[in-house]
Design a protein around this ligand. Structure first.
Ligand code: NAI
Length: 454
């Protein structure tokens, strides 16, 4: 049978793309080599959020006296946390499976390899069978970057060096954990394992954690975690790993840290290997599949969405990219706008951002003004956060008053940030937001407070 569309990869980009295409009437085949739901559902977003929620409840109970709640003998049962995490993952994966089934997407479990182009379409091999698709959507995602640090590979073989995959399945909380890379994964895992009673040390090459996050927010989150006992070694370049020891250099000085386990979280790279894209000549640029704003590659009817294009590497971006690809396949012109994609770090407190940071705005030569306000101006924040040090920062373009960036640290930020994304996406100005009514008392009101400080 000739399919209208063959999707390779069943993560957020793949399963949503397949669903949308099938709903629009395409005969669709999806090929997944590992687990439906991809990294996000199985070894990324969902497992971490499940674990972090348990840690949050635990922390809340442990420090309950501040709120008049006294409890004794509280402990975090890691085994039970993992069992619940597995249950949540299983439920969501089976949800994806039944959704695909209800849309009549044919799902094949196996590795897909593009073999070439025949008269009727592209030939893709999986489990020894050849399938033909008039169109292809490549959604093979990304994998952990393992640097060429001496000893890293050996450490992985010994089960001492872990990636997000292994650590999210760890059965026992290690006594100590050294985390290489203080980015999103590093901070979220530092957060859980610190709550779980593990001695955590973060080794970060740059002079700040949290990557491109607003620097002030990055500083606050680091301070919060230092207070909880996490050790941060900044400006520290890892030079080698030997058994349980990570060797690094700080300003030319050699140093080391010993830990029961070592987490490698220095970034991810697109999965383009073993896919057979070279058989049809799909262009790769710096390790990623090159696409235009509609998701098209250089080859007709071949699209790519999600981490494999290396643009934004977030599950929610992948959803939108997949939709855009399918819309264009259907002849409906659509593009992804990347200027209002929110990002969240699910630490406790949460960090959420959208749009330009001060740094990126300056680099683009945008003349902006900013309003920064303490979260303590929010009644609900005060009610729920003793000694909270959250802030909200809004950036506006001086030329036209448009909101260009919103950055928040404090709980519920993850649930509020889409409202700020909407402001940026719809090009709202400071004076427009002033006319909006926010529910009271909520933490979201802090955006309104910040806006009125302009
Ligand atoms: P990342 O890019 O966020 O952070 C990697 C960090 O490692 C950077 O701060 C970098 O300076 C540092 N680093 C690089 N080489 C190093 C070295 N040799 N020694 C010490 N430090 C070094 O990457 P991460 O945390 O691995 O996350 C990967 C991807 O997963 C990201 O693209 C992120 O978008 C996604 N993700 C998103 C989450 C969310 O949205 N909440 C949660 C977890 C992951």
């Amino acid at each position: 049978m000739v399919y209208d569309l063959i999707v390779i990869g069943g993560g957020p980009a793949g399963y949503l793309g397949a669903e949308r295409a099938a709903q629009a009437g395409f005969k669709t085949l999806l090929i997944e080599k590992r687990f439906l739901g991809g990294v996000c559902l199985n070894e990324g977003c969902i497992p971490t959020k499940t674990m972090l929620y348990s840690a949050k409840i635990f922390e809340g109970a442990k420090h309950g006296e501040k709120y008049g709640v006294v409890a004794e003998g509280i402990k975090l049962n890691h085994e039970a946390v993992m069992a619940r995490k597995n249950k949540v993952v299983k439920m969501l994966v089976s949800g994806v499976r039944s959704q695909l089934k209800s849309c009549d997407v044919v799902v094949i479990e196996g590795a897909g390899e593009i073999r070439g182009k025949a008269a009727e379409g592209y030939e893709v091999n999986a489990n020894g069978e050849t399938f033909v698709g008039k169109r292809l959507l490549i959604a093979t995602g990304s994998e952990s970057l393992i640097p060429a640090i001496p000893g890293a590979k050996e450490g992985m073989e010994k089960g001492i060096v872990l990636t997000n995959r292994e650590i999210l399945d760890i059965q026992k909380v290690p006594d100590s954990l050294a985390i290489i890379g203080g980015g999103v994964i590093g901070l979220e895992m530092a957060s859980y394992f610190n709550s779980a009673g593990c001695k955590v040390t973060v080794i970060e090459m740059l002079d700040h954690v949290a990557g491109n996050t607003d620097r002030e927010l990055a500083q606050i989150i680091m301070k919060n975690y230092e207070k909880k006992g996490i050790v941060f070694n900044l400006n520290s370049k890892v030079t080698g790993i030997k058994d349980n020891t990570v060797f690094y250099e700080v300003n030319g000085q050699a140093s080391s840290v010993e830990a029961e386990k070592i987490l490698m979280s220095i970034g991810r790279k697109p999965v383009t290997f073993g896919l057979g894209i070279e058989n049809i000549g799909v262009e790769i640029e710096r390790g990623r599949i090159k696409t235009d704003e509609t998701g098209k590659t250089n080859i007709p009817h071949v699209y790519a969405a999600g981490d494999v294009n290396g643009v934004s590497m977030l599950a929610h971006t992948a959803y939108r990219e997949a939709e855009v690809c399918v819309n264009n396949m259907l002849g409906k012109k659509d593009i992804v706008r990347y200027n209002a994609i929110p990002s969240v770090i699910y630490t406790n407190p949460e960090v959420a951002s959208v749009g330009e940071t001060e740094e990126s705005a300056r680099n683009k030569g945008i003349d902006f003004e900013k309003s920064t306000i303490s979260m303590r101006f929010s009644g609900r924040y005060m009610a729920e956060n003793e000694q909270g040090d959250g802030i909200c920062k809004v950036l506006a373009d001086k030329k036209n008053g448009r909101i260009i960036g919103v950055h928040m640290i404090g709980n519920y930020s993850s649930e509020i940030i889409y409202g700020a994304a909407l402001m940026i996406e719809t090009e709202m100005r400071v004076k427009d937001v002033k006319q909006l009514v926010f529910p009271h008392p909520t933490v979201s009101e802090i955006i309104r407070e910040a806006i009125f400080k302009f």
